[in-house]
Ligand binder design. Sequence first.
Ligand code: ASP
Length: 408
Amino acid sequence: MKEKKKLSLPAWILIALVAGILAGLCFLKNPDFTTEYIKPFGTIYINLLKFLVVPVVLTSIISGVVSLGDVRRVGAIGWKTIVYYLATTVVAIVIGLILANIFKGVFPVLQVSGLEYEAKSSKVMDVIVNIFPSNMWGSYVDANMLQVIVIALFIGVAILLAGEQAKPFNSFIESAYAVVMKIMTMIISITPIGVFCLMCNVVAVNGPQIVGSLLLVILVAYAGYILHFLITYGISAQFLSKVGFGRFVKGIWPAMVVAFTTTSSAATLPVTIECSNDMGADPEISSFVLPLGATINMDGTAIYQGVAAIFIATCYGVNLTLGQMAMIVLTATLASIGTAGAPGAGMIMLAMVLESVGLPVEGIALIAGVDKLFDMGRTTLNIVGDSTCALYMSKLDKARSEKKAVKA
Ligand code: ASP
């Protein structure tokens, strides 16, 4: 008897995405209905992913560090990961700035009088100080991921250093990690429902009218996202990790759709881990590199911040100098590290970038209405970057252990 072929999860996710867009178009005249009755199911899905974020990051980074075996290996992979993340982020902002400068002549000049936007504290030093927790439970409750990562690194390294005595605690963490992963698989299986509900609402609410005047700026940001995807990640997948770009795109696709619809790197983390491991990333490495990336590596956010800064400057009639652009590269790199992997977080950190070059923070109000559309693309790019790093670090580590084995 011929067995009935079941559709894979990525196929279901794609169907849900298209169906969500079509359904959203049907509700263009009545977006309130989708906001009231369809979006809540999407919100449930996001909440389910979010409630898992702290336990996933905590247990996966601790067990990632411990499974690396010795503190030196943690250090070796750790610094390479950070260099990779920083380098790709700088490339991303430069792409964003170049594109925005080429196209700034066609940017719409919007009315800037009467704008208001209240910036939260976003000074560079505050970002650095806030990385370090003062209350362990507070960091968990606030889901402050940079702090959770610092705590996890401390615990992981301490387990390695404590040796025999930390064995029971380590087994507890291992077992907690296995449980968290099981919950994750359950939640991931309802992704198509979440994607459908979220997409339907975004299309219905952000119909063509709102997008209109800002379409060009959005297109420039997306051109930057796509270029970075094809060039930087293309090179990484093809030549650094040697996974092959086509295979990489196919493998990371489910996580891309989840990121696109949830606009949260942190919430997408469980799916990013699964996709990366399926493509051959070493689970020991990806459980360390990916949670770190979901928190500090935001290439899409960096491109967006470069494009947005040039756009806001254009609206205010300011021509940025090369020195100011260099300042943007620096602050946008820091801002993207400080950006939480949460919806809309990149827009809040944009304040820091604008302040650093003396642009009015109220300018954010010009693009705030369509931030969701920027956010969908930038989050997608953010998680793709994390995955390329996990694959590359796995490859480097494999080469290192093979070399060691030959020597031995
Ligand atoms: N939503 C983005 C993310 O989670 C952050 C941002 O707003 O730029 O990666």
